[in-house]
Design a binder for this molecule. Structure first.
Ligand SMILES: NC(=O)C1=CN([C@@H]2O[C@H](COP(=O)(O)OP(=O)(O)OC[C@H]3O[C@@H](n4cnc5c(N)ncnc54)[C@H](O)[C@@H]3O)[C@@H](O)[C@H]2O)[C@@H](O)CC1
Ligand SMILES: [K+]
Length: 487
């Protein structure tokens, strides 16, 4: 389990720890970890060129002390004091070790130093940053992003809001972020996650003072532990029977893809219920599925025993779709609602008011229709709006996007760190719904099912894409390989 905290949570913990330590001890710990991480990135420290950008806060202090350590090992260090504070101690240490201080922040000198640096240390702002980067920091961030050297961000890339990953204006794009004490939520959530590169955590002894996590990210070990494994006594009912209501005469493929996700993620049985055309498309592609062809306006009473439902992909939003959606939602089984089911629920909010486990899997546009919050506001503050939607709608929310977030009232949001930009293609969401249905039918609660489904889906997409475009069916086909790698 990887856990992360807001800036405020970290600060409170830091204060408690600092009260027990001599002055400056924490910064020395942080700087030592930072210097070691930087040294590990260089073929050799001796003779390497290092540029350190120093802001007025303690983030700049960390950077200066680390740079002094590198200078002491023979690196040729240039420091740019970009803020008003002079950092007497760090500066004296750097000078004593042979480092140089660049005059002012005239952009030509900085640009030259940045262009020839093997490594740039971004100590402009850390968790004390507020609002968009001001000048000259914003210009410096642009210069850094334009250079070939390795960029190491101190604690958090400057310009990224450490508490939520939001970026408003310029921000440093790091290859490595060396973060102190504990991960920050902003390092897990895009766009901040995308700016952070690899995240390395340096322990500075905050552990005993940290509160409950702000957000959590599952690792492969967590998912392996949560996933149900068939035992000797397993039968298809113990493995779970998924009912799928998806696809219509326009989108028969959505039915096929949802069934693919369910079967490939290990459902004991898939029961598909839909009208003629999607039903025959599913029959052709997946003879393993048990099919009930529904008459127009018919509900799911004839479908047989099911342990969880997937409702919505490609279903349409006409009266027939509404009738079958109502019949699924009237029952007391877990339901995962996606796509057209979310459109139906936006028009008829009472559909989501049910006394049974319910997961919704919207992207930002669908969540906007469900909640009335403008889409761009959701995009700009995804974590906040996922949390709010879970609270106000009283369901588990899996918010899709470049960072997938699972929010449920009373639990820390889970952030999915698998996934790839190649996932943004038609039909992949249907596969995700199918996986989610399988995990709900196997007995996982909504929170675990949604976060494991996001993990498996992202991991399968990485296997399938391998740096190249992928089709949704490739994602489904890669699921067994992901499951094997988790055993
Ligand atoms: N507090 C602690 O116990 C520890 C803090 N550490 C370091 O200290 C950092 C926090 O230090 P500070 O609280 O001094 O804060 P920061 O150094 O993160 O930033 C504060 C400074 O940045 C300026 N600033 C804020 N937003 C800005 C913006 N948008 N544009 C331009 N300038 C902006 C402020 O005016 C202030 O001078 C952490 O990120 C970490 O690097 C570490 O040394 C470990 C221990
Ligand atoms: K920084």
């Amino acid at each position: 389990m990887r856990i992360a905290y807001t800036s405020d949570q970290i600060r409170t913990a830091e204060r408690a720890l600092m009260a027990r330590l001599p002055e400056g001890a924490l910064m020395r710990r942080a700087a030592a970890g930072l210097a070691a991480a930087c040294a590990g990135l260089l073929p050799r420290v001796y003779g390497s060129r290092v540029l350190v950008l120093v802001g007025s806060g303690d983030n700049g202090g960390d950077a200066l002390y680390a740079a002094a350590t590198l200078a002491g090992r023979g690196a040729r260090v240039d420091a740019l004091l970009a803020g008003s504070r002079t950092h007497q101690g760090g500066l004296a240490a750097l000078r004593a070790a042979g480092g140089r201080v660049l005059g002012g922040s005239e952009s030509e000198a900085v640009r030259r130093a940045a262009g020839r640096a093997d490594l740039i240390i971004d100590g402009l702002v850390g968790i004390g940053g507020t609002g968009p980067l001001r000048e000259p920091y914003a210009a410096l961030a642009e210069i850094v992003n334009d250079t070939p050297g390795i960029v190491v961000a101190v604690d958090v890339p400057s310009g990224v809001d450490a508490s939520n990953g939001q970026v408003d204006g310029a921000a440093v794009r790091a290859d490595l972020t060396v973060t102190f004490g504990a991960c920050k939520t902003g390092l897990f959530i895009d766009p901040g996650a995308g700016q952070s590169g690899v995240v390395e955590l340096v322990d500075i002894g905050l552990g005993p003072y940290l509160p409950d996590a702000d957000v959590v990210a599952l690792t492969d070990l967590d998912v392996a532990g949560l996933l149900p494994r068939p035992g000797r006594e397993s039968d298809k009912y113990r493995r779970g029977v998924v009912g799928i209501v998806a696809g219509g005469s326009r989108f028969t493929g959505a039915a096929v893809m949802t069934v693919a996700g369910a079967i490939r993620s290990g459902a004991g049985m898939v029961r598909y219920a839909g009208q003629d055309e999607p039903a025959s498309a599913v029959r052709d592609r997946w003879p393993e599925a048990v099919i009930t062809t529904l008459a127009p306006g018919e509900g799911v009473d004839r479908v047989g025993r099911v342990q969880a439902w997937v409702l919505g992909p490609g279903l349409g939003t006409d009266d027939d779709a509404l009738a079958v959606a109502e019949s699924v939602l009237a029952g007391d089984l877990p339901v995962a609602l996606d796509a057209d089911a979310l459109t139906l629920a936006a028009a008829e909010p009472s559909l989501l008011r049910r006394d049974a486990p319910t997961v919704i899997t919207p992207h930002a546009g669908e969540l906007s229709r469900l909640t009335g919050v403008p889409r761009q506001d959701i995009e700009a503050a995804r974590l906040h709006h996922a949390r709010e939607a879970a609270r106000t709608l009283g369901v588990t929310v899996l918010l899709k996007g470049s960072t997938t977030i699972v929010a449920e009232p009373g639990r820390p949001p889970r952030i999915n760190l698998t996934g790839t930009p190649w996932l943004a293609s038609a039909g992949t969401g249907d596969v995700l719904s199918g996986i989610l249905g399988t995990l709900l039918a196997a007995g996982l609660d909504c929170y675990d099912a949604a976060s494991c489904a996001a993990y498996l889906h992202g991991a399968a997409a990485r296997v399938a894409a391998d740096g190249a475009p992928l089709a949704a069916s490739d994602v489904a086909d890669a699921l067994p390989q992901v499951a094997r790698s988790l055993t």
